[in-house]
Design a protein around this ligand. Structure first.
Ligand SMILES: [Zn+2]
Length: 342
């Protein structure tokens, strides 16, 4: 049996692999996010001769497990209560995560799957957090600090794509948008901005809006105020270095909000950019289902949440032409999130 830990930092991702005895079973490897496919292939190669492999990520590293699970790897999430202190910016180190896979002790690790997503076992907690902040979200929406949708009296809607860019799918999404001459909004992570500046440049040059989606896609309620600030500020800085403009929108990963996140958000300038139409394209329900879910929920002013990275997004790309045509047939014009009137 082998045990791998995948950590993140200001520079990218690091993988450490241990054997049964806790000795390194492969050299320490560093990857840019653009090379996620290589990271997955290298881990898969370790299982080629029938060797079993357990991979562990932590809850502040939310974008890898989909790609790894889809490839057939056995992936687990370690939550903060089973881990020690993290640095201000970065996960606990890869070796510590691998060690936890090897000797979990009483620590509970969540086995992740494509169907259940990165937050398996914590969805109830997240919904509880949401439940507690409904009124506060309304107040913030009135003040313009948070938006779930635009005006219901205007025939505009916003297509939004999270988690990218991706070296393959983002370009394909942009090609479809170009074909219909529509603009969208892309919520990008700092880790991606670091390794895919060309893709982000193409998004911005095409007249699309680039928003902040944090550095490493953490489950926000797990962060301290200082960690949240690092996640948001460093991502905005990285995006501004590429596009020349500081993002004015921030989309919380998973939509993970809780009372203390809203408390912390008072110190931020970015508008919390939520959505009112969810198609769950990350669970790969099929292109037709994605289109049909989007069209059946969308009304004037809607914000549609989709993903151009974080896993296999071929279904999202395939769903897009019929989705856009369906919107246009109803007289709903796609605009960027910031172009929606309130
Ligand atoms: Zn996301």
């Amino acid at each position: 049996m082998l045990f791998a830990g995948v950590s993140w930092s200001a520079y990218g991702l690091t993988v450490e692999v241990l054997d049964d005895a806790g000795a390194p079973a492969a050299p320490t490897r560093h990857y840019d996010v653009v090379r996620t496919a290589d990271l997955v292939a290298d881990l898969l190669a370790l299982t080629a001769d029938g060797q079993q492999l357990k991979v562990v990520v932590d809850s502040t590293n939310g974008l890898l497990d989909g790609s790894m699970s889809v490839a057939g790897l056995e992936v687990f999430r370690a939550d903060p209560h089973v881990l020690g202190l993290r640095p201000l910016f970065g996960s606990v180190d890869a070796r510590q995560l691998a060690e936890l896979a090897r000797r979990p002790g009483k620590a509970e690790l969540a086995r992740l799957s494509v169907e259940d997503g990165s937050l398996r076992g914590r969805i109830g907690q997240m919904l509880e957090g949401w439940h507690l902040i409904q009124e506060r979200m309304d107040t913030m929406a009135e003040a313009g600090n948070l938006r779930r949708h635009g005006s219901r009296n205007e025939a505009t809607v916003a297509l939004t794509f999270d988690d990218g860019p991706h070296p393959l799918y983002t370009g394909q999404v942009l090609d479809v948008l170009d074909r219909y001459d529509v603009r969208a909004t892309f919520f990008c992570t700092g880790l991606s901005a670091l390794s895919m500046p060309e893709e982000i440049g193409r998004i911005a040059d095409g007249g699309h809006t680039v928003g902040n989606h944090t550095w490493s896609h953490p489950y926000l309620p797990d962060l301290t105020p200082a960690e949240l600030r690092e996640q948001v500020e460093r991502t905005s800085d990285a995006l501004r270095r590429v596009t020349g403009t500081r993002p004015t929108l921030m989309r919380p990963p998973y939509g993970s909000l809780a009372p203390r996140i809203l408390d912390m958000w008072k110190a931020f300038d970015e508008t919390l950019a939520l959505w009112d139409v969810e198609v769950d394209d990350w669970a790969m329900p099929g292109a037709e289902t994605i289109t049909q879910r989007a069209l059946s929920q969308t009304q004037p002013g809607s914000v549609i949440l989709m993903h151009d990275a974080g896993g296999d997004r071929s279904q999202t790309v395939a769903a897009l032409p019929a989705l856009i045509e369906g919107l246009l047939e109803r007289g709903l014009r796609p605009v960027t999130f910031d172009e929606l009137h309130s």
